[in-house]
Design a protein. Structure first.
Lengths: 206, 473
């Protein structure tokens, strides 16, 4: 992952912490700093099952194809189950899920999301379902293009169930070029945009 | 200053004083209105940083000093009264205020201030008040197993405000009737109560070699799927959850994706050591007398203390190994099986635990012969414990004498402890963790309405999603 990607992801996480559902065209859009923040320290962890279901539904991939280790072992239901908030009593003797995310939870969340987003992009090369605005090996679209706006809006609706706000379009626009400022392909942009949105706090907590 | 003085006192007395398992009971007698006595559970942490060896926090130390050597059970109430207006942990809140709000009077880091008012505006969420849009997303994830779609959220947001609550409850009803909740989610809530193990369950691939290897038999000591089916059946369709401790029936798949109850003794469908339900209905008490429950907890014990403790922990929410739910019975423990539990260090907990366990002594754990596992044997206590006949121990639960596990289940299922345990289980599942001070009133309200709602799990959850704790961002 490039530094630019990490920065964009952190920015998106911050925005989603503030909880900013909105619409680019038809809703008033206050400055993030002016928004009142919740005074309750209370988010509920979206654990493994809903996490997998949401990724599967958003990216239209079977859950068993979201992520496997060594091409064989299910990342979510097997290898990283505990880190994603699940438990397994029969073989592992883990009778209850962990109360809070582990130190490894962000890592395995990113592992699964990156795998799922990559899988979706690869499938879309031959049978476009999610990333349909352009051919995936073409250059990524311009930030003010309809293809960019449609792709970002569609990803937000699929993954977060809402429309993006202007600040989020701007942040994702940073993914259209690499660290040297050179344009990336639409496929690379699609993968990173998908990853960035699906690793936000807003996607992982309710 | 008090904290320092108390610590000095603790240091001087620690070598000759012990933790008192009756402390939580005395605490709730003095402060029944405390959240720890109405929704949550009073624990040793109110006074202790450790119970073995006994070490006290600032409040516990202050109490120890205020007791001044008096008998604990006789003097503790007045000692607590003496300290009410003081601030043992120096966090700025009096002991009484902390007790009434549900924070720990002996831990300066346990403090609660009212949730601050929201400053400024947020056009997207109704911060600080119940927001049905937040509740919808939580309902969908927790009870349907996935998030609300974009279209679903749009449709919901477009409803008039007065219709959104009804729509929310309709969505919840749909989820509670769906496959995710009725199978996977409910099953996961039961795991810690059933404690399944693949190696000796119905799917076991471990083989016993019999007759010098001439005959192989799978090592199925019992089948936990009976337990899961019973749990899921009782927890759905507005059934009475007291049946968790009173049901005389078992539950099988109905062949059409549903569950249905069956009566009587059920033979094992497997050519294995065990796996059916051998217990006559008159000796049944729901989840705590299935073959699996008795096998995995009693095993070869003469006095099934583990079985009673697991039932107490699972369905009344009190973990005796953590000194929770200690309600000593006078004259106990008898040490009926000569295990040395009458020693002072053991007696304080076993004076509650052993009377809880006597009734389970008539049930086999792992049987010595095929199909005896989990069966009822009126001679088992006498056979297994030579002192039984002379002592004639009386089983007790929650201060009431009982003559059977069926009665154990009846008394337990009618108790406030049972309602608290079940309400707390669903509340914590919904909130993702224990209720905090700001949420304790909501929890207490949920527990209080369980009888009026017919002891229905579904109704408990409908109550929970209406609370501010659930729906206020």
């Amino acid at each position: 992952m490039t530094n630019r990607t990490i920065h964009a992801w952190l920015g998106l996480s911050l925005l989603s912490c503030l909880g900013l559902p909105g619409c680019r065209d038809d809703q008033p859009e206050p400055e993030p700093a002016a928004l009142a923040a919740s005074t309750r320290n209370h988010l509920v962890w979206k654990r493994y099952h809903a996490f997998a279901q949401d990724l599967s539904r958003a990216l239209e991939l079977p859950t068993e194809e979201l992520c496997t280790e060594l091409g064989e072992f299910d990342c979510i239901n097997d290898v990283h189950l505990a880190g994603l908030g699940g438990h397994e009593p029969l073989h592992q003797g883990l009778l209850e899920p962990l109360a809070e995310p582990l130190a490894t939870t962000p890592l395995v969340t990113e592992r699964v999301v990156l795998s799922a987003c990559t899988a979706r992009v690869e499938r879309d090369r031959t049978d476009p379902v999610v990333f349909t605005a352009l051919e995936l090996d073409q250059p990524a679209p311009a930030e003010d293009s309809e293809a960019f706006t449609d792709t970002v809006q569609d990803l937000y609706r699929r993954l977060l169930g809402r429309d993006p706000i202007d600040a989020e379009y701007t942040l994702l626009g940073q993914l259209l070029v690499d660290d040297e400022g050179e344009p990336v392909t639409f496929g690379e942009f699609a993968q990173l945009a998908c990853f960035s949105i699906a690793t936000t706090t807003e996607f992982s907590f309710i | 200053m008090l904290g320092f003085t108390a610590l000095l006192g603790v240091g001087g007395l620690a070598s000759e004083a012990e933790a008192k398992p009756t402390g939580p009971m005395r605490f709730c007698e003095a402060y029944p209105e405390s959240p720890d006595c109405s929704g949550r559970l009073t624990t040793c942490e109110t006074c202790h940083t450790s119970t073995d060896p006994a070490q006290w926090n600032a409040y516990g130390g202050a109490l120890l000093g205020a007791l001044g050597g008096r008998d604990f059970d006789e003097g503790i109430a007045s000692a607590m009264l003496e300290l009410e207006d003081l601030d043992a942990d120096g966090d700025g809140e009096t002991n009484l205020d902390e007790i009434l709000v549900g924070t720990n009077p002996g831990n300066a880091e346990s403090i609660w201030q009212p949730v601050p008012e929201v400053e400024g505006a947020n056009p997207f969420y109704d911060l600080g008040t119940y927001d049905p849009r937040v509740a919808l997303q939580r309902v969908m994830v927790l009870y349907c197993g996935h998030s609300a779609s974009y279209e679903q959220r749009q449709d919901f947001a477009a409803l008039p405000a007065e219709d959104q609550r009804d729509a929310l409850h309709e969505t919840l009803s749909m989820c509670l009737d769906g496959e995710y909740w009725r199978t996977l989610a409910l099953r996961e809530l039961a795991d810690v109560r059933i404690t399944p193990s693949y190696a000796v369950g119905a799917d076991s691939d471990v083989n016993l070699s019999l007759g010098d290897g001439a005959y192989q038999q799978r090592l199925v000591l019992a089948d936990y799927d009976w337990d899961y089916r019973l749990w899921r059946y009782i927890m759905t369709d507005d059934r009475d959850i007291r049946q968790l401790l009173t049901a005389k029936y078992h539950v099988v798949d109905d062949g059409a994706g549903g569950l249905m109850p069956v009566e009587g003794i059920l033979d094992s469908p497997y050519e294995t050591v065990a796996g059916g339900q051998p217990l006559p209905p008159e000796h049944r008490a729901g989840m705590i007398t299935t073959q699996w429950f008795l096998m995995v907890n009693t095993m070869f014990s003469a006095l099934p203390r583990t079985t009673a403790a697991q039932a107490y922990r699972s369905y009344l929410g009190m973990n005796i190994s953590a000194s929770e739910g200690i309600l000593p019975v006078a004259g106990e423990p008898l040490d009926i099986d000569a295990k040395g539990v009458a020693a002072p260090a053991c007696a304080s907990c076993h004076s509650t635990l052993d009377p809880l366990a006597y009734a389970f002594s008539y049930y086999n754990g792992i049987g010595n012969e095929t199909n005896l596992t989990g069966d009822y044997d009126p001679m088992r206590p006498v056979t297994a414990m030579p002192a039984w006949e002379a002592e004639q121990p009386t089983s007790m639960i929650l201060g009431q004498p009982i003559d059977s596990v069926a009665a154990w289940g009846r008394v337990a299922s009618e108790s406030l402890y049972f309602r608290q345990a079940m309400g707390r289980m669903f509340f914590e599942h919904a909130l993702g963790g224990p209720a905090g001070p700001a949420e304790l009133d909501d929890l207490a309200q949920v527990v209080e309405t369980i009888p009026a709602d017919g002891h229905s799990a579904n109704r408990i959850i409908h109550r929970i999603i209406d609370t501010e704790a659930f729906g206020a961002p």
